[in-house]
Design a protein around this ligand. Structure first.
Ligand SMILES: Cc1cc2nc3c(=O)[nH]c(=O)nc-3n(C[C@H](O)[C@H](O)[C@H](O)COP(=O)(O)O)c2cc1C
Length: 355
C-alpha cells in the first residue's frame, strides 16, 4: 500500500500546493463519512489491530495508541472518518474564541527529501462558537468510536494579558464536546503565544482553566474534562522543570510533547525560515523532551508523544521513552493514508511482546 501511495498517488498530490493538497485530503475524508459501509469496513480493519490490548488513559478508552495530531482537522470537518485510517484518537483544532483567517498564503511548505514540512498557518478557524454548533450535530461523548481531543489557542486579536479570558471562553463553549482538551501555548505562528510558557503567565492560565473546569463539573454534576498542555520543543530543561511543576500543581492531566520547532536543521538554507518545522528533523528533539518529562516526573505525568514519526519504528521509540500515546501528522503526508494503521498494528505487536 505504501508503494501504491508513494509511486502513484503522492506524485499526483504533490503537483498541488501543500495547502490545496491538505484541503483535498480533508475533503476526501469528509466524503468517506458519506459512505458508511466503506467507512465501517475500514474501521473494522484498521481501528482495533489484532492482538491490541485496550488502552486506558485519563479515564478514557483508546482503541489503539496512535492519534491524529492537531492542525489537520482544524474545523472539525472530517474527524469522524479518521478511525477508518487507523487513528485511535483525533485532536481537532487549534480553535480560537474568535473566528480568524490565519496568515497570508502561501503558509505551508513540503520538503520531501527531508520528510519535513514548515507551516505558518496562524490558526485559521471558524471560531469556538461555530465549532460548538458543528460538534453538537456529531455523536456525543460516550457514543464515539474513539476519543476526541479539542485543542484551543489564543485568538490573534486578544492581547497576551487577556489570554485567560480568551482560553476560558473557548473552554466554556467546547467542554461539553471534548473527551479531552489540549491547551496550546506552543505554536510559533501566533505572535507572543510562546511567552505563555513563562512561569507567571502559565501558572495563572492553567490555574484559571482548571478552576473553570472544576466549577463546571460541580455545576453539572459531571466529571472534570481531562486537560493537557501542549508544549514546544524549543525550551531548556530548566524551563521544562518549571512547566512540569505548574502542570502538577494545577492538576493538569498530561502533556502533549511536542509542537513544531522554530529551529532548522543544518544545511536547510532552502527551507522557509518563518514558521514551525515538523516531520523527521523534529524527531530526536521531541524524543529528548519526552525522555526528560518521563524521568523528571518519575513517570507520573502522562505524555502524548508527537514530532517526526515518519517510520513505524519511530512510534515505538516514543513509547520506549515513556509516552503513553503518540500522534502524527507530517509522516502521513509522505507515507500516505495507510501509515497510521501500520503504526497502530506495529505498536499492538509490541504490546503483545510485553505480556
Ligand atoms: C500543517 C500543520 C499544521 C499544524 N497546525 C497545528 C495547530 O493548529 N495546532 C497545534 O497544536 N499543532 C499544529 N501542528 C503541529 C502538529 O500537531 C504536531 O504537533 C507537529 O507537527 C509534530 O508532529 P509531526 O512531525 O508528526 O507532524 C501543525 C502541524 C502541521 C504540519
Amino acid at each position: 500500500m505504501d508503494i501504491f501511495y508513494e509511486k502513484l498517488l503522492r506524485p499526483l498530490f504533490f503537483t498541488q500546493s501543500a495547502e490545496a493538497a491538505h484541503n483535498h485530503a480533508v475533503f476526501a475524508l469528509r466524503l468517506l463519512g458519506y459512505l458508511p459501509p466503506l467507512k465501517r469496513l475500514m474501521e473494522w480493519r484498521n481501528l482495533k489491530p489484532a492482538h491490541s490490548k485496550p488502552l486506558s488513559l485519563f479515564g478514557l478508552n483508546f482503541p489503539n495508541a496512535v492519534g491524529l495530531a492537531a492542525g489537520f482537522d482544524k474545523n472539525a470537518l472530517c474527524w469522524q472518518s479518521a478511525g477508518a485510517l487507523g487513528f485511535g484518537h483525533v485532536e481537532i483544532g487549534t480553535i480560537t474564541l474568535h473566528a480568524q483567517p490565519g496568515n497570508p498564503k502561501p503558509r505551508v511548505f513540503r520538503y520531501p527529501e527531508q520528510e519535513a514540512a514548515v507551516n505558518r498557518y496562524g490558526f485559521p478557524n471558524d471560531g469556538a462558537e461555530a465549532l460548538a454548533r458543528r460538534l453538537a450535530r456529531c455523536p456525543a461523548k460516550g457514543r464515539r468510536r474513539f476519543p476526541l481531543g479539542i485543542n484551543i489557542g489564543k485568538s490573534k486579536i486578544t492581547p497576551l494579558e487577556e489570554a485567560h479570558e480568551d482560553y476560558i471562553g473557548s473552554f466554556r463553549l467546547l467542554a461539553d464536546y471534548a473527551d479531552f482538551m489540549v491547551v496550546n501555548i506552543s505554536s510559533p505562528n501566533t505572535p507572543g503565544l510562546r511567552e505563555l510558557q513563562g512561569a507567571d503567565l502559565l501558572s495563572g492560565l492553567l490555574g484559571a482553566l482548571q478552576a473553570e473546569n472544576r466549577a463546571r463539573a460541580t455545576r453539572l454534576q459531571v466529571a472534570r474534562v481531562p486537560i493537557l498542555l501542549k508544549i514546544a520543543p524549543d525550551i531548556s530543561f530548566a524551563q521544562l522543570d518549571t512547566i512540569l511543576g505548574i502542570v502538577t500543581e494545577s492538576g493538569f492531566d498530561g502533556i502533549v510533547a511536542t509542537n513544531t520547532t522554530v529551529e532548522r536543521p543544518e544545511g536547510a538554507e532552502a527551507m522557509e525560515s518563518t514558521g514551525g518545522l515538523s516531520g523527521r528533523p523534529l524527531l530526536e528533539k521531541a524524543l529528548g523532551i519526552v525522555r526528560y518529562i518521563a524521568h523528571a516526573s518519575g513517570g507520573k505525568i502522562p505524555i502524548i508523544g508527537s514530532g517526526g514519526i515518519c517510520h513505524v519504528k519511530d512510534a515505538g521509540r516514543f513509547m520506549d521513552e515513556g509516552a503513553s500515546l503518540v500522534q502524527l501528522y507530517t509522516g502521513m503526508i509522505f507515507r500516505g493514508p495507510f501509515f497510521p494503521a501500520e503504526v497502530a498494528r506495529s505498536l499492538a505487536w509490541r504490546q503483545r511482546e510485553w505480556v
